[in-house]
Design a protein around this ligand. Sequence first.
Ligand code: FRU
Length: 450
Amino acid sequence: MAHWRQALHLEPPQGWLNDPNGLCFFGGQYHVFFQYAPLGAEGSGPKGWGHWQSADLLHWTFAGMPLRPDTPWDQSGAYSGCAVPFGDTLRLYYTGNVKHPGPYDYIHEGRESNTLLVETPDGLQMGPKERLMESGDYPADCSLHVRDPKVWREDGLWKMLLGARSLADAGRALLYHSTDGRAWTLARVLELSPAFGYMWECPDTFTVGGRRWLGVCPQGLPHGETENQNQYQSGWFALAGDLETGTISGFTEWDKGFDFYAPQTLEAPDGRVLLVGWMGMPDADYRNPTAALGWQHCLTLPRELEADGGGLRQRPLRELDALAEGTPFALNGETRTVPLPFRLRMAAEGDFTLTLAGGLTFTRRDDAGLLELRFTDDALGGGRTVRRARWAGGPLTVDLVADRSALEFYCDGGRLVFATRWYPGDPAVPVALQGAEATVQTLGSMTFTL
Ligand code: FRU
């Protein structure tokens, strides 16, 4: 239904979107590239980088697919990667995926993974593609799954992380150094013993609160009642020391909802570190009903990261405040029908149940020590059921950003976040809250120029 088109979340005009790519601020603009297959809402057809740009994170302009899979090195897809502003040019580093037709397992045979560089003056016109590394260049004990370069400059050096799967089926991140950003030398293999999943996709690193952090997307972790509930995971490790010699520990999931994967960070000109994820999940067994309408998936809101003791907090971008429309109203026991998008803020001392569109509950249950997001209406959740997080009790804040087919619950000052897609039958939804009081603020829309 047309009213599922988002007001606050970036999505493709048509076709398929997955990971955010090449997030950066360059030439006075925020650039948000993303994995894009414009010809098929199920992800079929050539996959390259789509492109949204904005000067203020609220007014966005779409520029199609400026990076396309048009060489032998990336013939099966211009896969995920990053952007590094360097003088007057923007360097895009990404994985050129090559899959050979045949009876291959595509883990040990049948696949090539090229680390490619392309320079652009504006994020739109692309220079020639250069191949910097190919499958034979990675450590010999890696499988053919090596991808998703994250490149940055530090202490006069260029550094790169690549996600990988070892021959022993251990997830790992490869750290490389370079003096020119073109010729790379392996500096370290980061992995855990015993193995922490069989593959790490989309590594990222960023500095928040004066410390460096490592983000990865592990595949193959055991699923639990409140941990690792999705098909694949996405989270951060705290790092003691530097990436070259330090130890990583304490994997924490970014998000406890149904739809969050493959995030990247960017540094805004004012110093904020912003995180954007794919609001989707590979190989998830649900059908997103927008696919029948010709498009599928969106990105999360940019989330401001903040250090919090040994952890990280996430908050919705502060620019959203500028979209407030009309006077906020209190919600206290009664049911109100509220047009989407809106923002709902509450503080609760004990148990509460927030019910949205009559078919989704967000509940705090102190007897069980849980926060729970549950679809009671199958169509509203596209067939999904429940996601949980442990909650120890005490006062709890919830800051919900509700979009036309996306919800992000930022709880406890951003220490716990739940992102999920939802598909309400109407563009205005009943909202009811028991056990606490909330303030609801109607929001206007970002603008998306095609
Ligand atoms: C993560 C991922 C990446 C890959 C891209 C392909 O969702 O599998 O590892 O580069 O998607 O679209």
